[in-house]
Design a protein around this ligand. Structure first.
Ligand SMILES: Nc1ncnc2c1ncn2[C@@H]1O[C@H](COP(=O)(O)OP(=O)(O)OP(=O)(O)O)[C@@H](O)[C@H]1O
Length: 324
């Protein structure tokens, strides 16, 4: 367990949070000089093995939280534990990408990683090349190891940054907005890489302001708004706040509504040209067959699952400030 210390080195918090999570925080708070509360009494629980999306609009406190977890800034109040270990033992097992590392444009990917590795006083010198080669392999850059950084695509540059975070065995990888500023191809590469890294057993904690990205890439998420935690859990449980509905497009809306009721679907809403109802355990194809059998002209039938955006809007009464 981590005993958090203040910047002055005094013990911070008598009882750090326990539990086997990769990251656990209790009441974690950061108030900056000038009084702004960037992170407000955050209780976070990141299970080991998860791809945990730390989701929130710009300015909601994501980077500040990450900087506290990495010991870069001291909390004003609250406690945290990373990998259930004291900070000095935890940090070598954590790879982090907070602000993109500065790479030399005229050096190769390999040479850049070796420079990075050399800056780590705990890393054994004799095995540096092997570590760098393994990190390049892990991010799919082995073939481009000798290529100059300036000739890398945006996606390759970001993958190299992630390789720098993976020099050495890591149990936890913390990535702050890793797809920010990337083109669509680079974004796809990084999202795929995050999934691959997680498939190897590394817990990945990734911040993002993109709802759709977190929905697509993560197993769990926490939703932040103005420094406060709005919700957290598995993506399925977060989205399960509202059940899936079937939507039928038809000119025979009243008839379709009657048939859905007959089939036992609940909360049937008939509108002009459209009927929706809670899907429950019904198979959409069976609903379609019955509608057609009853003479309803079906123009379209879809199952609408609630998105994280729906959840966010329901919980906060606000829209997200950026779209995915
Ligand atoms: N060093 C600082 N001094 C004062 N205020 C700060 C400082 N760092 C961050 N803040 C403020 O704290 C709030 C949270 O910022 P933070 O960077 O943690 O948010 P974020 O969710 O990571 O957003 P973004 O994606 O835009 O970085 C913001 O209002 C920001 O202006």
């Amino acid at each position: 367990m981590t005993t958090v210390t203040t910047e002055a080195g005094a013990p911070f918090g008598a009882a750090p949070p326990s539990g086997d999570g990769a990251i656990v925080t209790e009441g974690l708070t950061k108030r900056f000089r000038g009084g702004q509360v960037a992170v407000d009494a955050l209780d976070l629980s990141v299970p080991r093995g998860s791809v945990f999306g730390f989701l929130g609009p710009n300015g909601s406190g994501k980077t500040t939280t990450i900087r506290m977890l990495l010991g870069l800034i001291a909390p004003t109040a609250g406690e945290y534990a990373v990998l259930g270990l004291p900070q000095a033992q935890a940090l070598p097992r954590v790879g982090a990408l907070v602000e993109g590392p500065a790479f030399y444009p005229y050096l190769s990917g390999m040479a850049n990683l070796l420079r990075f590795d050399a800056a780590d006083p705990t890393a054994a010198r004799g095995t540096a090349r092997r570590r760098a080669a393994e990190a390049l392999e892990r991010v799919g850059l082995s073939a481009a190891a000798g290529k100059r950084f300036r000739n890398y695509s945006l996606g390759m540059r970001q993958r190299l940054a992630i390789a720098a975070a993976l020099l050495g065995p890591r149990e936890l990888l913390i990535l702050d907005e890793p797809t920010n500023g990337l083109d669509p191809q680079g974004t796809r590469e990084v999202r795929a890489l995050v999934k691959e890294i997680a498939a190897d057993g590394t817990t990945v904690f990734v911040s993002s302001h993109l709802l759709a990205e977190v929905e697509q890439m993560c197993t769990h998420a926490a939703i932040m708004r103005t420094g406060k935690l709005v919700a957290q859990g598995t993506i399925a449980s977060l989205s399960g706040g509202r059940v899936a509905r079937v939507r039928v497009e038809t000119p025979d809306a009243a008839d379709a509504g009657r048939v859905l009721g007959m089939l036992g679907l609940t909360d049937v809403l008939v509108q002009d040209g459209e009927v929706t109802a809670e899907l429950g355990g019904h198979a959409p194809e069976a609903i379609n067959a019955t509608l057609v059998g009853e003479g309803v002209a079906v123009r379209g039938l879809a199952v609408v699952r609630p998105s994280l955006e729906d959840v966010f809007v329901r919980l906060t009464g606000e829209g997200f400030d950026v779209d995915g």
